[in-house]
Design a protein around this ligand. Structure first.
Ligand code: FE2
Length: 332
């Protein structure tokens, strides 16, 4: 065996590791793989070694296996789904095939994006009306910030057909922040106070990331938009949160109804189909390009998690201004 055999593999993304009857259960995108304690330790050492320049001998000594046995173990992990062979990736794929791959990945991305403890806290009664209000204010800013990144996506689209799809999306989306303003007035805030408030740094970072994607690569922008739209396609996934907030934190129905109206409108516009429509205009995409686009999508997932973290931290603190006020030299 040569070093190239082991280096032919790359580790796949593991979403969670949980103990299970003395073994460890590794959740990858499409399945759960159980490894015994000794196998799990060897896998961890191998996965840690793969991106390094350390020698095969060093790894063999660390795991206590010769190279042939370790290579067979890597093949076993590859068949189970914990590693993949880089050579097995296609050099090119069609836009439609790329969309199919994305659709298979999206559910695991969404569960990662919404794995922040904020959601469990809110659903279990340990949240507050203040945390709900903070979430709404930041959603207001995030939605209003569509005006910072959607026009850029149109301007930077080189293909006329894709430019047209994004222009239509912008025309349908640009004023949706009014739904959140309406919900916030039902919670006692004036429209002026909401409009003059300042978004949290991560709310701004989210739209800045979209701006960067729009400038660099319209497919990268489109996948980010698809991840965000993917959060609003199914009423059953968002209704329980709003219903729990109404019941647990005395949130009036008038502060929820506009949110439902907005979600229903987005479903009616079929915005979650936009990425598919865009990719139907792309005859072929290289593996390298597809990988870069997917990386943008996953970075967006991480932005959503960090955004939730910022909302939870800031609005949990009773001393934090609500809404956040812009810098005022007289006040300071
Ligand atoms: Fe919308």
């Amino acid at each position: 065996m040569t070093q190239a055999n082991l280096h032919a593999y790359s580790p796949r993304r593991v979403y969670s590791v949980t103990p299970c009857d003395g073994a460890l259960a590794f959740q990858v995108r499409e399945c759960v793989i159980e490894l015994g304690p000794a196998e799990a330790t060897t896998y961890a050492q191998l996965a840690e070694w793969l991106p390094t320049v350390r020698s095969v001998d060093e790894l063999c000594t660390a795991v206590g296996m010769d190279e042939a046995k370790l290579t067979r173990f890597a093949a076993h992990l590859g068949a189970a789904g914990l590693l993949y062979k880089k050579a097995d990736l296609p050099a090119e794929l069609s836009g439609e095939a790329f969309h199919k791959a994305f659709s298979e990945i999206l559910p695991s991305w969404l569960s990662e994006a919404f794995s922040h403890p904020y959601w469990q806290k809110m659903m279990s009664g340990l949240g507050s009306k203040r945390l709900y209000t903070g979430w709404l204010i930041e959603l207001y800013h995030y939605t209003r910030n569509a005006n910072r990144h959607m026009p850029l996506s149109c301007a930077h689209s080189r293909e006329k057909a894709i430019k047209g799809l994004h222009a239509k999306h912008y025309a349908e989306e640009w004023d949706h922040y009014h739904f959140f303003a309406k919900a916030l007035t039902a919670l006692g805030y004036t429209r002026a106070a909401i409009a003059e408030s300042v978004p949290l740094p991560m709310t701004l970072a989210l739209s800045n990331f979209m701006r960067q994607a729009a400038r660099e690569d319209i497919l990268a922008y489109s996948i980010c938009s698809a991840v965000l739209e993917g959060t609003t396609t199914d009423r059953s996934s968002y209704n329980p949160f709003y219903e729990a907030c109404a019941k647990l934190y005395d949130v009036p129905q008038e502060a929820i109804r506009p949110i439902y109206a907005h979600l229903d409108l987005d479903v009616q516009y079929q915005h979650s189909d936009l990425f598919h429509e865009v990719l139907c205009k792309v005859p072929s995409i290289s593996a390298e390009h597809a990988s870069r686009v997917l990386d943008y999508g996953h970075q967006l997932v991480e932005h959503i998690w960090l955004w939730t973290e910022n909302i939870d931290n800031y609005y949990s603190n009773p001393k934090s201004a609500l809404p956040r006020r812009p810098f005022d030299p007289f006040l300071e």
